[in-house]
Ligand binder design. Sequence first.
Ligand code: RTP
Ligand code: MG
Length: 140
Amino acid sequence: MATNRTFTMIKPDGVESKNIGNILQMITDAGFSIKAMKLTKLSVEQAKVFYAVHKERPFYMELVDYMVSGPIVAAILEKDNAVADFRTLIGATDPAEAEKGTIRAKYAESKAKNAVHGSDSDENAMIEGEFHFSKEELVG
Ligand code: RTP
Ligand code: MG
């Protein structure tokens, strides 16, 4: 995957609150194009692997339980400077600290249930994209 791509998930709370459409609209309005996308549900094993970087943190099992609590939307997005620009678009992890107008400020419930994921580096964007999508599922 090229470095002008990032990986996102609309998390279970974002799906549950019926904000898939609103969030995708914000993403495409910000200039990202969707290169792959699916509605899916993570297994406990997948959620544990996906967030393995946090396995020593006190919130790890709460995070895993939450990520498997309902369907998610996974997508690969493309734009210049995708990783950094997407992190700006989603805002801080805690919606109370997120800039006004960001996805988390508008649609997140709490620091734990914060509506969206965005990769934090080009390397992780590639790993996370390949974790969820085969080559055949990528457009272009
Ligand atoms: P993400 O990886 O999902 O894009 O979020 P992030 O970089 O903004 O935040 P990160 O530190 O990577 O944390 C991953 C996810 O764990 C949950 N979390 N809960 N209860 C808590 O104190 C707490 N802290 C983090 C959130 O769902 C966060 O997005
Ligand atoms: Mg993170």
